[in-house]
Design a protein around this ligand. Structure first.
Ligand code: GLA
Length: 430
């Protein structure tokens, strides 16, 4: 065991920077690196998904909120096609790229590391018919935990998208007071393209939509088939609740094979069942369709059955939670119990059928529930990353301590915690 006694270490919370602090840090870095003032500072949040996991690329529904933790990008337009990038994580080195020379992963123009998310958005906007764009200098300061399954990369893409939208006069994002949702959906599509093609991560569109299209105080019902996004009431504070994020510190990577393998299995299952996407399956005849799939003769038929069952039941659970949150009653009593049960069932389905949890995620969820959480589940892609727990506001400390104690008993490195207040989408700060 690495740690001596259960509960002996206090929970560590990762704070969200206040907007002014984030802007000041990004601006200071910009001035130091480029010896000039930026045109402005743009920001975009990370996210947690309340439910609807691994549904986005299957055409299903997801229900994310934007976090108060954001990527801040100080940016200045240039008169040429050069891009210069610096980040507070690697502050000593400025990376220099040429918009005419960059290209997708696996080609000679491949862009490395986090630069792929920033330069990749410029590349994707141009491929999507919104160019040519001006080059730019940019400095990044982010407080979204890296690799924590909280969409640090989508936050970076979305911050870049709103910045480039404004300095190139594309007019897609609208203003903070009046965001243009259709324009933001276009920006989100280019961010997904950057992630898929430039960074080589075969993700769906959940993270980018959450970062660009969420709203403070609400969750976002995202229909990934139609692209429609609608607000769902999610007033945690008013209900005396909090959403505790447990960053397991077990690091995941969406570029490794597991995420892509899950996605490929879903696509194969859909083909075998003769539908375009698994969201096209009706929950009412799920058992029958699963029996067809079990008998399809593929060597991994049993696995395809489990993956499909997760996706179809998860879409149902997401619809149920959306309907529950919209019913106008306070989130308390049997309504709260039902919401928690849906979260719990989602985790079980991801653990047993989708097989994308890990011991750290399962331990976090179990310990949070045992300490009184109304519901708990992994969030995001899985295989590490973060879990969320819906808890009474005055029980946050006790639940976090219980998770720390459980990790100590298991010999896991200590987790980190975040307070997930439903926050504003990407915009301009300064
Ligand atoms: C990651 C991906 C998303 C989505 C989730 C799982 O966060 O980036 O597109 O597939 O996993 O719901």
């Amino acid at each position: 065991m690495q740690h001596s006694g259960p509960g002996d270490a206090a929970p560590v919370f990762s704070p969200a920077l206040a907007p002014a602090q984030g802007a000041a840090a990004a601006t200071a870095l910009f001035c130091e690196a480029f010896d000039a003032e930026p045109d402005g500072v743009w920001y975009a949040p990370g996210r947690v998904n309340l439910i609807g996991e691994h549904t986005d690329y299957n055409g299903g529904t997801a229900l994310p909120i934007a976090l108060p933790h954001r990527a801040h990008l100080a940016l200045r337009r240039r008169d040429d096609r050069t891009v210069r990038l610096v980040s507070s994580q690697t502050r000593d080195s400025v990376d220099v790229l040429d918009l005419d020379a960059i290209g997708p992963k696996g080609t000679p123009g491949e862009v490395r590391h986090w630069n792929a998310y920033v330069a990749g958005v410029a590349w994707a906007l141009e491929r999507d018919g919104l160019g040519p764009l001006a080059g730019f200098d940019a400095a990044l300061h982010s407080c979204v935990p890296l690799g924590g399954g909280l969409s640090s990369s989508a936050a970076l893409e979305a911050a870049t998208a709103v910045a480039l939208d404004e300095v190139n006069g594309l007019g897609l994002a609208g203003t903070a007071a009046e965001p243009d949702d259709a324009g933001r959906a276009r920006l989100a599509a280019s961010c997904v393209r950057a992630e898929n093609e430039m960074a080589g991560a075969p993700t769906g569109g959940l993270d980018q939509a959450a970062s660009l299209r969420a709203a403070a105080g609400s969750a976002l019902e995202l229909d990934c088939r139609t692209g429609r996004a609608r607000r769902v009431p999610f007033d945690l504070e008013g209900a005396g609740l909090a959403l505790l994020v447990i960053d397991t510190r077990a690091r995941h990577s969406l570029v490794d094979g597991q995420y892509g393998a899950r996605r490929a299995a879903c696509e194969r299952a859909a083909r075998i069942l003769g539908v375009e996407l698994l969201a096209d399956l009706e929950a009412a005849d799920l058992e029958e369709r699963l029996a067809d799939l079990a008998a399809c003769g593929e060597p991994d038929a049993a696995e395809l059955v489990r993956r499909t069952r997760h996706v179809v039941t998860e879409i149902e659970r997401t619809r149920d939670l959306v309907a529950l949150l919209r019913d106008g009653r306070p989130l308390a009593g049997d309504k709260l119990a039902r919401a928690g049960a849906l979260m719990d069932a989602s985790h079980e389905s991801l653990r047993v059928d989708y097989e994308c949890t890990c011991p750290e995620l399962d331990a976090a969820v179990e310990a949070a529930r045992a300490a009184g959480a109304h519901g708990a589940r992994m969030t995001g892609g899985g295989f590490g990353g973060s879990a969320i727990a819906l808890v009474d506001a005055d029980a946050v400390g006790a639940v976090a301590r219980a998770v720390v104690a459980a990790y100590a008993r298991e010999g896991f490195a200590p987790p980190a915690f975040l307070d997930a207040v439903p926050s504003a989408p990407a915009g301009r700060l300064a």
